[in-house]
Design a protein around this ligand. Structure first.
Ligand code: G6P
Ligand code: MG
Length: 219
């Protein structure tokens, strides 16, 4: 039986993946870079700085900005994003997530956050989930962002576990890759076209029940 569940946040616990997209789209429009949802799949799970680098490369405008200007662009995107998440409430928690967290707690299974977002603690507080999590891995403490496994390894460590004892839940391709490399067992929220067809997938978080996780646990 697994001893921990390592949760991504944006796109798994709530719909903030959409706000990240809207904020990048707004910033992109201001600097003449157009992005669509297809391109956005490449930004999901990826750190703020790496996302900016991908967006600039996508528009072929990387050389137009100094490091200082890039830092300003990343900060500006975050301002847009932070403005958008001010009104997040517990009502914004995706279907089934609260029930899953309750069931895991009752079973004595650790819940740890493995999000690349520096806004994770703020969002958990807004959704009144901050105390439900046993740990929040700090993305500032890891050397490499997703698709590297670092944040999942840290999230497991923070609750005293090895990733091999845990299930990781992700909506992003980079995140699934990170889970696999960490040694945890992946579950994807999304479509096989995006996440591949080699791992267990749910089309909606409402199917992420405790029973489902015990069924897909193969060790
Ligand atoms: C998550 C999201 C990404 C975001 C990253 C950093 O992984 O999926 O879209 O870029 O966190 O978030 P932050 O809130 O720190 O900019
Ligand atoms: Mg995500």
């Amino acid at each position: 039986m697994f001893k921990g569940v390592l949760f991504d946040l944006d796109g798994v616990i709530t719909d903030t993946a959409e706000y990240h997209y809207q904020a990048w789209k707004k910033l992109g429009a201001e600097i003449g870079v157009t992005i669509d949802r297809h391109f956005n799949e490449q930004l999901k799970g990826v750190s703020r700085e790496d996302s900016l680098a991908r967006l600039l490369a996508h528009g072929g405008v990387e050389a137009n900005f100094s490091e200082t200007e890039k830092a300003e662009l990343a900060a500006r995107k975050n301002e847009y994003y932070v403005e958008m998440i001010q009104n997040v409430t517990p009502q914004d928690i995706y279907p089934g997530i609260t029930e899953l967290l309750t069931a895991l707690k009752q079973a004595g299974i650790k819940c740890s956050l493995a999000s690349a977002s520096k806004n994770g603690p703020f969002l958990l507080k807004k959704m009144e989930l901050f105390d439900t999590f046993d740990a929040i891995a700090d993305p500032a403490k890891v050397a490499h962002g997703k698709p590297a496994p670092d944040i999942f390894i840290l999230a497991a460590k923070e609750v005293g576990l090895d990733p091999a004892e845990c299930i990781g839940i992700e909506d992003a391709r980079a995140g699934i890759e990170a889970i696999i490399k960490s040694g945890a067992q992946p579950v994807g929220v999304g479509k096989p076209e995006v996440l591949g067809d080699t791992i267990p997938l749910v089309s909606s978080t409402e199917f992420l029940t405790f029973d489902y996780l015990t069924q897909i646990w193969t060790k």
